[in-house]
Structure formats: structure tokens, C-alpha cells
Design a protein around this ligand. Structure first.
Ligand code: AHR
Length: 321
């Protein structure tokens, strides 16, 4: 049975103003498919840029009219965008939550309006899992674990290993989970996190925090950055301090976007755990099924790998993002 297939005509003009940057990707004329409101986190990283491109292109391929908003990493902007999509009576809302908590009220509004919600990329922390239909995204705890396990192998035989951690956005699922997975993996070993601070998933944030770490600690063996961008910022800070990234200080990151992979191939990063941003096609498929009233799995996990320096050299020529 068709769950929602609204024409979404009149309300669109009434509620066109979104909190941050909003846009409508329909090519003009009558949409031939469903209408999706997509509340994106922002444009904080290479990963996010690739994710946005994937969603936009997949919507076009699927004939989905995409109403897109960029929350500029602010939860209040995402909440306003979701409210606007409810008022516009879109067929489905998809969003990647900036942080894990604080969504129940607005998602209840969507539920009362009978508009299904799909979580993409990041999860929410709520006791009520009826507030969303499905969650499509990576297993961030597993990503953190892979980073920690590689480091344990790499440093086998070393008595103590001092790690500084560049954390993602405070309260965001990937920041919480990548820390959890990493600490689980290194528990009981000689590997120790000596300092941990957020760089907000940005290159400039990673650079700034790393500069402060280098001033405060002269015994840093390893940087564990929750994404490539912060790792790339850390490389700049390490080089500016007269040290050699990848040698004097080993670097582990998460994502495997092109710039990160290039730094890995060049020997400046030592290991990358992949986080796949190409979620667009799966998202459109899930949206169509949810709107059609089909049962979908509550959790869809994205398959991912890891890269050493040699593997990055081999993979780079075919890397899509
Ligand atoms: O939620 C996915 C994370 O968000 C990516 O690892 C990071 O680069 C992005 O900003």
C-alpha cells in the first residue's frame, strides 16, 4: 500500500525558507517520483562533499525530487529544516544527525504527520526506535576497533605508545563510536591515549588542536584522527614543528577520501580505515520501499575496508572520491 504519495504542491511555496542553505534539486516541471527532504550535516569534510554528491546524483537517477538543506553543523538548523519538510508534506525525510541526542520532539512531529524518516550515515540516541524506519550507515565502533587493532599489531613489542586523539564533533555518533571502538581494542595494552580533543571533523580544527598537542606534549608517538581531514590538518602542524609525519609521529585516520589516500600513498599517513560516503543509491532504494509501505531492515550496514600505504597506492587510480 502506498504510505504517502503527496502531490506536495501548495505547501511548497509557503515554507520555502530553510534554516541554513536550502535548495531544490528538481529539474523543473512535474516531479515523476517521490519528494525527499534531505537535511545534511554540513560541508565540513571531503567525506561530506562526496556524500552530498552521491545523494544528489542518486536522486536524479531515481527521479526523486530532492529538497536539500545544509545545517552548517548546527543541530538547530537541522531541526528547522526537518520541520520545514514536515510542513511541505514531503513523502519522506532523510537526515544525517549532527549529534546523537535531542531528536525526539521533531521526529514525533514527522511521525504524527505520517511522514517516514530515514537516518543516513549517523544514528540517533533515542529510546523510541519507531521514530525512524531504518538507519543506513557505517558501523563506527567497528571502524574505531580496526584502527586500534592495526596499531596494536604495528607497535607489537613496544612497551608504551602515546596516542593523541583528534575527535570528531562532540556528541556526534562517529566521534563517540570511533573513540569507543579504539579504546576497546587497545584495552590492557601499552597503547595509551594521553590527550583527546575535538577538531570538529575539519582540517583547520585538526591543525589547531595538533598545534596545541605538540606544545603540551613532547612524547607523541601516534595521532589517531577520527577523519582524514583532521589528520591532514595534523600533518600540516607536524611539518610546521619540523617533524616528519608518518615517521616521527605515526598517523591513523578514518574515511579514505582522495586527499587522505594520497597522503597515505605518500607515506605521511600510516593507515586509513575506510568509511564509505557513497550512500545515495541505497538511500533512494530504501526511500522508495518505505514510501511504498514495504518492510525494510531497521539497520543497513555499509561494507568497508582498510588501507595500508601500499594498498592506497594500488587503489588511488580508481578511487571515485
Ligand atoms: O559521519 C561521517 C563522518 O562525518 C565522516 O567520517 C567525517 O569525515 C564526516 O564529517
Amino acid at each position: 500500500m502506498l504510505r504517502r504519495w503527496t502531490a506536495a504542491v501548495a505547501a511548497v511555496t509557503l515554507f520555502g525558507t530553510l534554516a541554513a542553505c536550502g535548495s531544490d534539486d528538481s529539474a523543473g516541471g512535474e516531479p515523476d517520483g517521490l519528494t525527499m527532504g534531505f537535511a545534511q550535516v554540513g560541508a565540513e569534510s571531503g567525506w561530506r562533499t562526496a556524500n552530498t554528491k552521491s545523494v544528489r546524483e542518486a536522486a536524479q537517477r531515481a527521479g526523486v525530487e530532492l529538497k536539500f538543506s545544509d545545517a552548517q553543523q548546527k543541530q538547530e538548523n537541522q531541526i528547522k529544516a526537518i520541520r520545514s519538510y514536515v510542513q511541505q508534506r514531503v513523502d519522506v525525510i532523510a537526515f544525517s544527525p549532527v549529534v546523537e541526542t535531542g531528536w525526539d520532539t521533531v521526529l514525533l512531529e514527522a511521525q504524527r504527520a505520517d511522514i517516514p524518516v530515514i537516518l543516513t550515515d549517523r544514528a540517533i540516541d533515542s529510546e523510541d526506535d519507531s521514530l525512524y524506519e531504518t538507519f543506513l550507515g557505517s558501523d563506527f565502533v567497528a571502524e574505531g576497533r580496526k584502527a586500534g587493532e592495526w596499531l596494536l599489531q604495528e607497535t607489537e613489542g613496544e612497551d608504551s605508545v602515546a596516542v593523541v586523539e583528534l575527535e570528531g564533533t562532540t556528541g556526534a555518533a562517529p566521534a563517540i563510536d570511533r573513540h569507543t571502538g579504539f579504546t576497546e581494542a587497545i584495552a590492557g595494552s601499552g597503547v595509551e591515549i594521553i590527550a583527546s580533543q575535538t577538531g570538529d571533523f575539519t582540517r583547520s580544527g585538526g591543525k589547531q588542536v595538533m598545534e596545541a598537542f605538540l606544545k603540551a606534549h613532547d612524547d607523541i608517538d601516534v595521532v589517531y584522527a577520527h577523519n582524514d581531514d583532521m589528520g591532514l590538518g595534523a600533518i600540516e602542524a607536524i611539518e610546521a614543528a619540523g617533524l616528519t609525519p608518518g615517521e616521527d609521529i605515526r598517523i591513523i585516520t578514518v574515511d579514505a577520501v582522495r586527499d587522505g589516500m594520497q597522503a597515505l600513498a605518500d607515506g605521511k599517513i600510516n593507515f586509513i580505515v575506510e568509511c564509505n560516503p557513497l550512500l545515495g543509491d541505497q538511500l533512494m532504494d530504501l526511500a522508495e520501499r518505505v514510501v511504498a509501505g514495504e518492510e525494510v531492515p531497521k539497520r543497513v550496514v555499509v561494507e568497508e575496508t582498510t588501507f595500508t600505504q601500499e594498498e592506497a597506492r594500488q587503489a588511488l587510480p580508481d578511487r571515485q572520491y
